[in-house]
Design a protein around this ligand. Sequence first.
Ligand SMILES: *[C@@H]1O[C@H](CO)[C@@H](O)[C@H](O)[C@H]1NC(C)=O
Ligand SMILES: *[C@@H]1O[C@H](CO)[C@@H](O)[C@H](O)[C@H]1NC(C)=O
Length: 988
Amino acid sequence: MLSNGLPACSIYILLFLVCSCSNILQNDFRFISSQDLKSSITIFSAEGNTSYSQILFDVSRNQLFLSVRDGLYRLSLSGLKFLEYADWQSPENKKIECTYKGQNEESCHNYIKVLLSNRWHIFVCGTNAFSPVCSWREINNISNVIEVVDGIAKSSYNPTANITAFLSENGEYYFGGPTDFSGSDSLISKTARNMTLRTKQYNSFWLNEPQFIGSFESEKFVYFLFRETAVEHMNCGKTIYSRVARVCKNDYGGIHAIFKDNWTTFLKARLNCSTSGEYPFYFNEIQSMSYVATEQTMYATFTTSPNGIAGSAVCSFHLSAIDEAFNGPFKYQHDMNSAWVKHDNVHLGHYNCMSSLRNNHLLETSKYQLMDSAVQSTSLDPLYTSTLERFTHITVDVVDTKKDSVHILYVATTEGLVKKLSLLPLHGKHKKACVVEVWQVATSIFNMKFLKETSSVYITTNDGLIQIPSAHCKRHTSRANCKNAMDPYCGWNEREESCSVAPFGDPHNRFWIQHINSCPILDSPIDGGWSTWSEWSPCHHKTWANSDSFDQCLCQTRQCNNPQPSNGGRECSGPSIAVTNCTVHGGWSDWSGWSACSATCGTAVKIRLRTCTNPAPAFGGRVCVGQDRLEAFCTEHPPCPAEAVDGGWSPWSPWSSCSTNCGEGYAIRQRKCNNPAPLNGGQYCKGNDIEYNVCRNDSCPEQRRLHTTDWVVIKNASSKVYLRRRFKVTCKAPVRHDQLKLIVRNETQFCYGHQCDSEEPIEHSDWGAWSRWSECSASCGGGIQTRTRDCEKRNCEGESLQTRECNVHDCGSSWIWGCWSDWSPCNATCGWGTRTRRRSCLREGCEGDEFEVQSCQGDSCEPILGGQLEQSSCVASSLSFFFIGAIVGLMPSVVYLSYYFFKRKKNTVPCSPHYITAEQNPYISVPTREKISKKHSSPTSGFYPTNGTVKSLKRYADDYEIPTLKRGSHEMRNGHSKQYENDKHLYD
Ligand SMILES: *[C@@H]1O[C@H](CO)[C@@H](O)[C@H](O)[C@H]1NC(C)=O
Ligand SMILES: *[C@@H]1O[C@H](CO)[C@@H](O)[C@H](O)[C@H]1NC(C)=O
């Protein structure tokens, strides 16, 4: 039930209020939307900060202090410019402790609850993660902490607690609020230099679950405003009453143990903010207050209980009315079950801070805290009431007008509206406030303060600080509208022909017309006024009137609702939409002139350009299509003189494989003078294009060689019978070809005509044997001897008689040898032996040998080639090389003869395969040492390591060429591979 046991009537009254109260609609000219406010307000907001709450002005230094969660700002008063930030976080261990005790993380920060100053320092208290702490800081350097003070009984633990704090002129600190972790121990305390005073702990007669909303001081007293559970309310259920409590500034507590550290002058009284009539309707719950010291008037907002229908009121109380209640009788309850009775106040002097009491009197006064009569507001009815909304903060300005000073009340609502109320100086008890403007500020207002010096209202929200100027006269565009607005700040400036604040702050200026004699006149014609422009947003717009396509643009709009024209007032004039940044399709600029040619000779080009800037595409417009560059050749240029380019080496090729398969060889690497190649007479590269490096392979397999010379007639008998000889040179060694060592043997044949044989020829003719030579026909001077033979059978060719000269020596000669006999047969049947012949001295005194011995060879004991030869060791000598030279020169015939020879002797195992093939095998090299002429290698005749074959090897530095085997070439064509097969079996 609503209040005071008169529910039915209360509802009627409330309904009456609903009907009678003119709700401010959004199309009322007094309503200023947040959009329209934006053009006049100043905002301070810092990234990452929340809970902007306390504001403290320091007008003399033109600065203000602003608290946020975990920090403190110092800002300039005008413009809210940043001056300083002081970080003030709770220590991490406090935060952990706080969450450990069951508080949520959000609450376990440092929320600034108290922000006060004496003239030189600021005093700040924060919840510090449910561990309140206060600090004194330098007023011009808030980061400089002068002193840290324990926050217990000076600030609250809980960030949401409703507290009030007050620093009196003489430096004593007054505090009202809960002072423990759970918030159950609320107190009003004073901290002076030498002591602390408080209300009695856990005594509901003193304070009963109070919610403090403000405090102020007068000359002798300090007043606290709060609401609490009414202890005197005897009906069922719990009712909240609004209270004002009062203590003497010179109260230093009792002497008696019981009253030590307790107030002796504490009194409280109910605040009555209610509608008048037979059945008054009470707005019981005070929400905010503002004390105007110069008028000794306290303004406060009141609401109905949060459980009931929302209703709010603004009441004002004169200090004299408050003191009057405190000078009246007490309301006193003897014990829990007795009724509340009136009790006269016999210690008025004490409660008026004039005399101190003796102990026994103190004991008596401790029974009384509550005054019997409530404090009556200055008017019969609340100054202003409103239904369906709840007022929160209130702040007051007193503004000089042409006639009188007018109190302007700024009242915030839970919906984030701020109502600007003017309290016209009407006489009598029926004072009424007029709604002059309604500002749409924010969804939730944390704190609100008016500052006369800037004539602005400062509002904190969760997100920042907003400074709103008190006057918005420019909204009223005509003289009539300006007058009808009845805004105490505004008047018609005849000089400027505009609605404005008093020029130079002087309301008595002659040219400034103002007649504030009623609430705003709502039923007169209101000329329309533009709202502020909206934000720019994308829109479609016809850029050209005749165009049939819409361009993409940015538009902003405004409405004619600030104020809305009504009662026949003029419409707004001017466009309601502004367009910008429309899509622009690109267009080409003109071509530039031709550029200079890119070169002064030879092939060169010139260019010309254009750009897509006429206009440049913008805001999503099409880009230009086509080329932005033209090129042309510069004709009629002389050819450029060739420029000499010196050659440069290419990188070295990798090293080739070793030149030999066995033994010691060499590897090469090459490079070419083609990086770049010398050009137009440029220098050839300096240095070698080939490099050699010794390489070593496994030792070579054993090599064998056989050479046979041509036959040489060694004894010509000038007849058909002769002896011929040839030499066989054999060599073997596990070395390279050119290092083979040689063994020389000879072979002798007996020839008869063309018939040759290694054996002495056997006569197969029909001739009989030759007779002996006849005696010489002369003993000297040349005779003739003959011999004959007989043809024994028929098959005889040739002569039967042979003649020869004999004794041809001079007859005068002293020595006379007979003719040599025939050679004796060889004395060896095989191998080497000797044979002899003789002659006889015909006279005394012959000179020379009678016998002649000659080596001879019998039949071959074994075949001359093959195993026997191989077993012989090679003998190297200078003679060998002579033979080799001869052999090489005779090579083709040697080869042929050898072939012939071996064909005939089929039983003979060839000692080397090399000479067996009928034609020259291109895959077999012949050892040669041949001087070649010095010449440059052609670039293509080099060494190509990639196919593993050496085609030819030529070099500058060395004189010798060493041809190499080509066996195993991957280029093996059919013929070659067959050849290879043939060769191969010979090795087996
Ligand atoms: C402080 O007062 C407001 C209303 O003015 C209320 O919503 C809030 O709960 C109060 N704080 C505490 C801790 O009770
Ligand atoms: C504290 O100081 C004031 C004056 O400064 C004095 O009147 C009062 O008695 C002192 N209180 C105590 C407890 O000393």
